[in-house]
Each structure stands twice: as C-alpha cells, then as structure tokens.
Design a protein around this ligand. Structure first.
Ligand code: UD1
Length: 417
C-alpha cells in the first residue's frame, strides 16, 4: 500500500493513544552501542526509521531482536565496518552512530546522512565538536572517514543549539577521557531523554544552570531496560488534526508539558483544552481565529516539526496569520499543494502569509518529507471530495498508525495501492 485516500471529515471524536517518540528512540538506540551487553528498550515505535536504525546496528555486529514494541540490542559482537551508502542516506539519524562508534571502535566510515530535505543540513557542527575531542576526518569516495585514539574530554562551545550535534557531543563524551563541558547545547526533550537513559546506564552527566552540561567520562556503562517516552510531534499532529477538522479528542499519554508552545497557540485560537484522568482533551466547533505571528524555534519555542501541520490549521482560521520558519531554510514544500487545494498563501523565503478561511477541494498529492506528508493528510481531511496522497513511505518513517489512529477518531481515510 503506497497511497492514502482521504475524504472530507466533518468532525474527529474519540481517544487516541500516543506512540513512543521517534526522535528519542533513535539516539537512544545508537547510545546502546556504548554499552557492553544487552539493553532492552520498550515503547519503541514501529516505524521505518526504527527499522533502518535496527539494520545499521546489525551491520556493525549487534544482535537486534524485536517483538511488538520491545527491542533488545546485544552489542557483544560490535565491530567497526564501512556502512553502505544507501542505508545511511535513508535518515539523518545515521549520524548519531558516529560518537558511539568512535568511542567503542575508534574508527568509522560512512556517507553523509540523508533525511528529510528541509534545506541545507550539513554536519559541520558534529565534525567540529568531535575534532576538538581528538577525532581526525578525511574524505572518502562517497562520504567521510573518522578515527581517533581514546576521545578526549574538553570545553565545547556550540555555535547553535543543534539537536543532532548535541547528541553527538554527549554520545562522544560519556566514555571519553576526562571531563567535557558543553556550552550552548540543545534543550529539546529528546536530549533530556538521552541523558536520562545514559545516567541510568552509569554515565556521569550534570546540568549547571541552563547553560552548560558537564560530562565526566566513565570507563564502562552497564546494560539497562528503558522505556521510550511519548512522541510530542505525533501528539501535536493529532492536536492540529482536531484544530483543522473540529470535534472532541482525548489524547492519552500526550507529553503535555513538552507541547506548551502549541497548546498556548491553540488555546488563543479558540480550542478548549482540559484534562481528565485519562488524558488531555481538546475540543472545538465553528471557526478558530488565526494568529498574527508564529515563529518556529529551539525548545521551548514552537517546534519546526509542527510548522506544516499548523499551516494547514491556519488555512481554516479566520483572518491573516504569519508564519516564520526559524530553523530550516526550506520547510514550505507543502505550500504548493495547499494552494492547489484552495488555500490563499503567499510564501517568500522563510515566511508564509495565510489568509483564511478557504474551502478546499481534494486533489492528488505526493508526500515529499515526513511531517509535511502528515500535514497533507490533515489538509485532505478538510477538502471536499477525494484526495490521494502518494509516497507515503515518508509518513511511515515517523508515524506508526497515522491512518488507523485518525480512522479511530472518525476520519474518512484508508490505504490504497
Ligand atoms: C532534529 C530532529 C528534527 C527537528 C530538528 C530541529 C531528529 C532525528 N531530528 O534534527 O525532527 O526538526 O532537530 O528541532 O531528532 N545545522 C548545521 N550544521 C550542523 C547541524 C545542524 O548548520 O552540523 C543546522 C541545520 O541545517 C538546521 C539547524 O542547524 O538549520 C537545526 O538542525 P538540528 O537541530 O541539528 O536538527 P537535526 O538534529 O538534524
């Protein structure tokens, strides 16, 4: 099944259980490489990026077993190997293997990581941090090589709080010789989850105020069992679905605190938000109001991963809304489809000006990246007639059950070949 068919849906009603977090699971899976023995991860989402990471771990000698949402990773047979380009290109998170492999094996060869095309996505911060810890890089025919003796703790100052580069620095520092001080690091919840996992495995990581992470290198980490937290972006996607379509939805296991930026905006726009013993309840009927200005930013700012789904919501709101993409240089791929559906949007560089509300009529569309793909499904739910969305493997990279979860809420959509 490589397409999703969607029909106009009048309201979403019911409960949805939020899956485990992709962006927490992937670096934690990479972190297991640092641990000699068998780690068990639970609540691991069944998504294509996790499949891809399992495959990469197997290529470097790990035994990976998976049943339902539990994963065991046995690193006893870990060895250094060049990774095939096509595997590494499948996702940005391939880069999280760099720190652990340098730490355990002292050498890595891989191509530059792939991932969603959201504009420039270099790895210069990752390289520079590792160079300061004693790593040498060289070019290979289809990527780069890196090697080191034991990684050296040092003072590291990040030019920008990149999520991936912070993960690389942490993963390199936990078993380095001496102490690493990491200034200007990213504070996203996935970083907190990675640190919590590593601490439980024996790493020595302390936060000083809001500015510096101190990581004291240890010689050994021990195997643990760990539960992956809920996915804030999946929860946010369903909140945007409710806001776009209307109705009443209860989100079970939604990480509410991590979604404050989105919840504040939705509440100002007119969505009623409450809590009961089972979860977070969002409700609205009628027209929401647009927002004068929304800018995506580093945590706790508005997540760039929810910019596309929010853009869909704004097309259905009264008045003009302005959206500025503050993280990636090219994250408005869906604008052309929204316009073809009937939206009134002007886009210039990293700004989008939305005039709403406008009625949508269904059209054929193609997902071009993960979060934008999910946003197209939301847009199709408000469109009269049928929409067909192709290239849905992008969506399956991060959403375990987008179609069945929305069906459970009354959404009129199904898989098609
Ligand atoms: C992670 C998330 C992604 C999210 C993003 C921002 C994962 C698997 N992905 O991506 O879903 O959208 O954080 O919250 O967790 N940059 C450089 N050089 C570098 C690294 C980054 O210039 O070496 C730039 C990027 O091009 C981008 C910005 O920094 O413009 C932010 O990127 P970063 O925070 O690193 O995002 P990712 O870790 O790739």
């Amino acid at each position: 099944m490589n397409a999703i068919m969607v029909e106009k849906t009048r309201a979403l009603r019911g409960d949805v259980l939020i899956q485990g977090s992709k962006n927490a699971a992937l670096p934690i899976m990479a972190a297991c490489l640092l641990i000699d023995g068998v780690c068990t991860l639970t609540n691991v989402p069944q998504i294509l990026d996790v499949d891809c990471m399992c495959h990469l771990l197997k290529l470097c000698g790990c035994k990976v077993e998976r049943w339902d949402h539990t994963l065991t990773i046995d690193t006893t047979g870990l060895h250094c190997c060049p990774f095939p380009t096509e595997e590494v290109l499948q996702m940005r998170s391939s880069i999280t293997l760099l720190g652990p492999l340098l730490s355990r094996c002292g050498r890595v060869e891989m191509s530059y990581p792939g991932g969603c095309v959201l504009g420039e996505r270099p790895i210069d911060y990752h390289k520079s941090l590792l160079e300061q810890m004693g790593v040498c890089f060289w070019d290979t025919t289809d990527g780069f090589g890196a090697s080191c003796d034991r990684l050296q703790g040092t003072y590291l100052c990040m030019p920008f709080p990149s999520v991936g580069a912070t993960e690389t620095a942490i993963l390199a520092a936990v078993m380095a010789e001496g102490t690493t001080w990491l200034y200007g690091y990213a504070k996203e919840p996935e970083i907190k989850a990675l640190c919590a996992f590593l601490r439980k495995a024996g790493a020595n990581i302390s936060e000083f105020g809001d500015t510096v992470l101190q990581i004291e290198g240890v010689n050994r980490l021990h195997p643990i069992t760990w539960k992956i937290p809920s996915d804030r972006i999946v929860a946010g996607t369903y909140m945007c679905a409710l806001a776009a379509v209307g109705g009443k939805v209860r989100l079970q296991k939604a990480p509410e605190k991590e979604l404050e930026a989105l919840l504040t905006k939705l509440s100002r726009m007119g969505v009623t938000i409450s809590k009961d013993s089972l979860g977070l309840v969002l409700e609205h009927s009628g027209r929401l109001c647009g927002i004068p200005f929304l800018e995506t930013g580093i945590y706790p700012g508005f997540p760039t991963d929810l910019q596309s789904t929010m853009l869909v919501v704004l097309t259905q709101c009264k008045g003009m809304s302005v959206v500025k993409e503050g993280i990636f240089s090219n994250r408005f791929h869906i604008v052309k489809y929204l316009k073809a559906l009937g939206a009134c949007i002007e886009q210039e560089e990293n700004m989008a000006y939305v005039h709403g509300p406008t009625a949508f009529t269904g059209i054929p569309m193609k997902a071009e990246e993960l979060r934008g793909g999910a946003a197209l499904v939301l847009a199709a739910l408000v469109a009269e007639g049928n929409s067909r969305i192709e290239n849905i493997s992008y969506i399956k990279r991060g959403y375990e059950n987008l179609v069945s979860d929305l069906q459970g809420l009354g959404g009129r959509l199904w898989y098609a070949s």
